[in-house]
Every structure is written in structure tokens, then in C-alpha cells.
Design a protein around this ligand. Structure first.
Ligand code: PLP
Length: 476
């Protein structure tokens, strides 16, 4: 009699057969993407997509599964993908993702992930060293920048606020300072923590879209006057829409002066710590109490893996403990190997494997090479956009994020948003390129994030040509 478990589901030969089949598809996909012989996206409406998969479950051929997934997904490995901030993962990290999935070590306690726990320590220590932290520092990996920012703010509250909120709940109005341009997840984290709208003190941005630090004192005092205790300030490195870096040095000085926690949301561009050319953008990060860096953004890894680093590693251990902050002492045992005590999540993937495999196979220089290349490319692209009479930059790029719009003297201001939105829509439906859009001070800009190390200036020139052709078509 056929045994479904031994003969099929857990059969190692069947595993190899399916792997070979699927890996071959992925190899073709990498080749097609690299050469842009396939579209970046074959856009389909949600309803049509749903019908396809409902039908495929009953009528599709099993062996076509990966092929269909490939046809019906966005291709971040295509150099013409210049959209949202997700990496075109180094293919070797797809293998570590598979190893993690098959071994499925849940990581909540040391025994459930001995190697990945030790590897996580190696990796996070390396990042701490590059940030410029001393031996008291440490961190862990967690599932995404959103969760990491929330965890950091929980640590901040535990460390700074005298009242024991973890055990007794909120007893007074608390707040954080953050630039109005920060990623929405900081706002969300603060609301989850019960700070409410009043507790999220948004510092206006300068004309360059970074935090206007000259306003800090004023906003801090205003909060105090209305009875809000500020316990943390968040700097963006950089913010999402325009890629502008806040002045981390100034924020660090302010935090020190006011005795509040300084957190850096470096989910996107914290990786600039590795760039010899661009690390000046994160000057002051070494004074932050906590830092978030996403592996799946500017560090060539698959979703989802984020490093949360602490200047004093003991804070990481106390975030979710019942003890009040005053019990934090340096003599305490550093339980670095007990990931689950420090992370929000209980079970997590063996995400440390991605970081380690890149360090082991390509060395730390890979991150310098990547960040520097992408930031340089954005600057080169900006030069071309800036010179062209039919394009206007929102702001000079500080990172690999570039916002610009199509302009023409005959287009009145109020029609500009409409035309640029139409351009973006037609680019999406056309599918050769993928880019996004954003609104800055009410003006709609086309937004590109240069995530792929195979994207060249020639690809970007071709994108501009395509936009010009579409604009001509729309207005004829
Ligand atoms: C600055 C910044 N912080 C946080 C996040 C959220 O990170 P994640 O998508 O890993 O949750 C993003 C995402 O784009 C971001 O740009």
C-alpha cells in the first residue's frame, strides 16, 4: 500500500526532483530578469488574478506552479525594477531561506536554533562594531523594521520612564519626538503603545525633507507645558518618501541634553554605516541608544530580516521582562543566546543565516560596494533629470531614492499631478519598468528607488525616454 508520508510528502528523492524543477525555473528567471527579456511586471487586476488561482487549484498542472508564480509576480531582479524599497536578494540568500524553511528551527529558545542563535550573535556584534558601539552593545534579529521600531520604543519607555508601565499600565501622558517625514510605522508603534495622537510630536521638516532640528527645543517645551513627558526621539536614516537623512549628531546632542532615548530608524539606509564614501550621512549614529537596520532593504537579503541594535545590550533583555528599569545592572548575565526573551515574536525564521552567508562568501566589503554604488547612481541620475527641460527634481538625492516629475510650460500647475499620476499608471500597465509615486507638499512626484545593483544609468535614461513618450501620447 502506498504510504503518503514516506513515498510522497517526506520522500527525499521527490524533494530533490521538485527542487531541481523549481530551481531550474528560478535560474531561467534570474537570467531573463538580468537581461530584461521579460517584463518587470505583468500587471493584472486583483479580480482576474483571483480567478486565475481559483481555477489553477483545480485545473492547473502541478509542474507549472512556479512558472505561473513567476509570470504573475513583480521581478525585483530586473534592472528596470526601480520601485519600492525591497532588495533584489543575492541569490545565495534564497538558499539560506530554503535551509531555514526546511530545518524550521523556531528560535524562541536556544535549543530550538543553536547554530542560528550563535550566528545571530556573530552578525549583530559585527553590525554594532561598524556602528561604532563599544563592547557593552548587542542586538538581535527580528521580523521587519516595523516590529523593530516598536520594540525599540518599548525598550525606550522601559528605560526612561520612572513609572512601571509594563506592569501597571499607563498612568500619565507620554510622548515621542519624530520628524513629520518619518515612516508611518513609527506613528503606528506610538499609537499601539497608547501614546495617542497627542503623544506623537511631529517636528516639521526643512525644505530638504529632513527634521528641522532648530525647532526641537520649542516642541519639547510645548509638550512639557501641556503635561506630556517626552521619553524618546526618533531620527530617520533616511526617511522613506525622499530618502533624506536627519541630522543624527544634532539629535543625539538634544537627546543627551534632555536625558531621553535616541532611536535611529535606519531600516532603509542604516546600511550606510558600511560605505566609506557615505557613512558621513549617519554621523552621530554611534550615540544612538538603539538602531534599526533592515537586511531586506539595502543589504541584499530576502524578506524579512531586521537587526535591532542597542548601545547597552542589557536594555534588550528588559523590554519584555517584569522587572523595572532600575534593576538593570552590568553584572547581570547576558543571555544573548535566548532570542525569544528579547524579541516581540516567539517563533521566528533562522534569518541570521542570510547575513552570515553574505559575510562568509563575499565579505563585509560587499555592503560598502553596494550602498556606495546605488547612492552614486542616484546622483548620476539626478544630474540627467535636473538638466532636462521636461523634468524637475523634488530635491537632490541623499540616498538611492529619487523623486522627480514631468513638467511642461503648457501644463498648468493643477494638471501636473493628474498627468504624472497618469504616467505612473501607464508605466505600471506597460510593465517594462516599475516605479512608484509620492506626494510632497501636495505635489505628485514619480519616485524611484535604485535597489538593484544591475541597474545602470542606461536603464534610467531609457525610463526617462519612456516617460517622455507616454507624456506625448497623453497630451496628443
Ligand atoms: C524608514 C523606514 N522605516 C521603517 C520601514 C518599515 O520597515 P519594514 O517594511 O521592514 O517593516 C520602512 C519601509 O519602507 C522605512 O522606509
Amino acid at each position: 500500500m502506498k504510504n503518503i508520508w514516506e513515498d510522497s510528502v517526506y520522500n527525499e528523492n521527490e524533494f530533490l526532483r521538485l527542487s531541481n524543477l523549481m530551481l531550474k525555473e528560478l535560474q531561467n528567471h534570474l537570467e531573463n530578469s538580468k537581461n530584461s527579456t521579460s517584463k518587470t511586471i505583468n500587471w493584472n487586476s486583483p479580480e482576474n488574478e483571483l480567478s486565475f488561482w481559483l481555477d489553477f487549484l483545480n485545473n492547473g498542472k502541478k509542474d507549472d506552479f512556479v512558472k505561473e508564480v513567476l509570470t504573475r509576480t513583480i521581478h525585483v531582479h530586473n534592472p528596470k525594477y526601480v520601485g519600492h524599497q525591497v532588495a533584489a536578494p543575492a541569490p545565495i540568500t534564497a538558499i539560506t531561506a530554503m535551509v531555514s524553511a526546511l530545518l524550521n528551527n523556531g528560535m524562541a529558545v536556544y535549543e530550538m536554533g543553536m547554530a542560528p542563535s550563535a550566528i545571530e550573535r556573530v552578525v549583530t556584534d559585527e553590525i554594532c562594531k561598524t556602528i561604532g558601539y563599544d563592547k557593552n552593545s548587542g542586538g538581535f534579529l527580528t521580523s521587519g523594521g516595523t516590529l523593530a521600531n516598536l520594540t525599540a520604543l518599548l525598550s525606550a519607555r522601559k528605560a526612561v520612564v520612572k513609572e512601571d508601565i509594563w506592569n501597571h499600565g499607563t498612568t500619565k501622558p507620554l510622548g515621542i519626538l519624530v520628524c513629520e517625514e518619518a515612516h508611518y510605522c513609527v506613528d503606528r508603534a506610538a499609537r499601539i503603545m497608547g501614546l495617542g495622537e497627542k503623544g506623537i510630536i511631529k517636528i516639521p521638516a526643512t525644505s530638504q525633507f529632513d527634521m528641522d532640528t532648530t525647532l526641537l527645543e520649542q516642541y519639547f517645551n510645548k509638550a512639557l507645558e501641556s503635561g506630556i513627558e517626552i521619553f524618546a526621539i526618533v531620527g530617520s536614516a533616511p526617511s522613506t518618501a525622499t530618502g533624506a537623512y536627519d541630522d543624527l549628531q544634532k539629535i543625539a546632542q538634544f537627546a543627551q541634553q534632555k536625558n531621553i532615548w535616541f532611536h535611529v530608524d535606519g531600516a532603509h539606509g542604516g546600511a550606510a554605516i558600511y560605505s566609506q564614501k557615505y557613512k558621513h550621512l549617519v554621523k552621530g549614529i554611534e550615540n544612538a541608544d538603539s538602531v534599526v537596520i533592515d537586511g531586506h532593504k539595502m543589504m541584499l537579503m530576502p524578506t524579512i530580516t531586521t537587526a535591532l541594535l542597542f548601545k547597552n545590550k542589557l536594555h534588550a533583555q528588559h523590554t519584555f521582562s517584569q522587572k523595572a528599569d532600575y534593576l538593570l545592572t552590568d553584572t547581570e548575565e547576558d543571555q544573548w543566546y535566548q532570542s525569544g526573551k528579547k524579541t516581540f515574536e516567539c517563533t521566528k525564521t533562522m534569518m541570521s543565516l542570510h547575513w552570515f552567508v553574505l559575510l562568509k562568501y563575499y565579505g563585509v566589503a560587499l555592503f560598502d560596494e553596494f550602498v556606495t554604488r546605488q547612492y552614486d547612481l542616484a546622483k548620476d541620475f539626478a544630474l540627467i533629470v535636473d538638466k532636462h527641460p521636461n523634468f524637475e527634481l523634488a530635491v537632490q538625492p541623499k540616498s538611492n531614492i529619487l523623486c522627480f516629475r514631468y513638467i511642461r510650460p503648457s501644463i498648468p500647475g493643477e494638471q501636473s499631478n493628474e498627468i504624472n499620476a497618469r504616467i505612473r499608471e501607464m508605466i505600471l500597465v506597460d510593465g517594462e519598468f516599475y516605479m512608484v509615486q509620492t506626494k510632497l507638499n501636495g505635489i505628485l512626484y514619480l519616485r524611484t528607488t535604485l535597489m538593484n545593483p544591475l541597474t545602470t544609468i542606461e536603464h534610467l535614461k531609457a525610463l526617462l525616454d519612456k516617460i517622455l513618450a507616454i507624456a506625448t501620447k497623453i497630451s496628443s
